[in-house]
Design a protein around this ligand. Structure first.
Ligand SMILES: [Mn+2]
Length: 321
């Protein structure tokens, strides 16, 4: 996709909305705020930012994140000249934001999910990029945009968190080169690390320990899963955020090939987070309306936790692992 078109479309738009996905992570928020900073700096335009879920507390340090509007507080009858989705693999990931997306004169889709079906007018989807933040940064470079410290801090968060601190397979030379350039712009890696990872409350740490303790190991320990119920979160006085990193901990066990966490949702249903060292878990999650990456994916199921676990196990066991 021709990058110059992005310049033209931003220049010709008076009101712009940048949208992030449901249950936001560091990448969708980092790329949203990073793009916001870049548009402000290079086009002297202020855009609006949209979040469709509660903002995780730990990400409130991201520059300008507090300017983002929650979907409940935004005028849904508004017609934007331009809506830009970042890290949004499928349109339903922006929930009611779809109304605004469909009414917009122009739409742009900046992403790195291989499952992205390029649903916008302009699509910048790089399946090999570590993160949507990396794609935003690469666009900024190609378009010769100025990049300041504020933008670099935001985009660094996306690369850092989506590569699991430069540990996953998506840690490419380019991802590290960009991160290096961001450090040259003044990003403080230790400060970023502390903000993104050293954020557990006592309740969160204890609830994670409890969930690891009750993990179920199957098929010569190649499959491991654990469950999280609303009553567990109540007991430890923690919310759903605490499970971040839990699936990775289960995958980190030497015998594990596939790990997943099944979490009871507040409004019923069950959220599955899967990690793998062998099979394509995005494929399994897509059977239930989810998706993601080969070794890290998720889905939301409308069944009880126990029922969801059964269904997921059934699908995993269709593979040679
Ligand atoms: Mn991402």
């Amino acid at each position: 996709m021709e990058v110059a078109k992005l310049n033209d479309i931003i220049k010709s738009s008076k009101n712009i909305l940048i949208a992030s996905h449901i249950n936001p992570d560091g990448d969708t928020l980092g790329s949203m705020c990073g793009l916001y900073s870049l548009i402000k700096l290079n086009f002297k335009k202020k855009c609006e930012m949209l979040v469709v879920s509660k903002l995780p507390d730990k990400y409130t340090f991201i520059p300008n994140i507090k300017l983002a509007k929650h979907i409940e507080n935004i005028d849904k009858s508004r017609e934007y000249d331009l809506v830009i989705n970042v890290d949004v693999a499928a349109l339903d990931r922006i929930c009611d934001g779809v109304v605004l997306f469909e009414k917009a004169k122009n739409t742009v889709n900046i992403d790195h999910h291989k499952t992205n079906i390029e649903y916008a007018d302009l699509n910048y989807v790089e399946g090999d990029a570590s993160s949507a933040s990396e794609v935003v940064y690469s666009l900024a470079k190609k378009l010769n945009w100025k990049i300041d410290l504020e933008a670099a801090q935001c985009l660094y968060v996306g690369i850092l968190t989506d590569t699991g601190s430069f540990r996953f397979n998506n840690t490419t030379p380019r991802a590290m080169q960009y991160a290096s350039e961001m450090l040259q712009l003044g990003v403080d890696p230790n400060e970023m690390f502390k903000n993104c990872y050293e954020t557990y409350t006592k309740g969160m740490a204890l609830c994670q320990a409890y969930c690891v303790e009750k993990a179920v190991f199957l098929d010569d320990d190649k499959i491991v899963y654990t469950t999280v119920f609303k009553k567990d979160m109540e007991k430890y006085n923690t919310d759903e955020e605490f499970t971040e990193g839990l699936t990775e901990r289960l995958r980190a066990i030497t015998s594990t090939k596939v790990a997943f966490v099944a979490k009871e949702m507040k409004n019923g249903g069950c959220k599955i987070s899967m990690r793998s060292k062998s099979i394509d878990v995005a494929e399994i999650c897509s059977l239930f309306g989810g998706g993601g990456h080969k070794f890290a994916a998720g889905c939301t199921m409308k069944y009880s936790v126990d029922e969801s676990v059964k269904k997921i196990l059934h699908e995993i066991r269709k593979y040679e692992i």
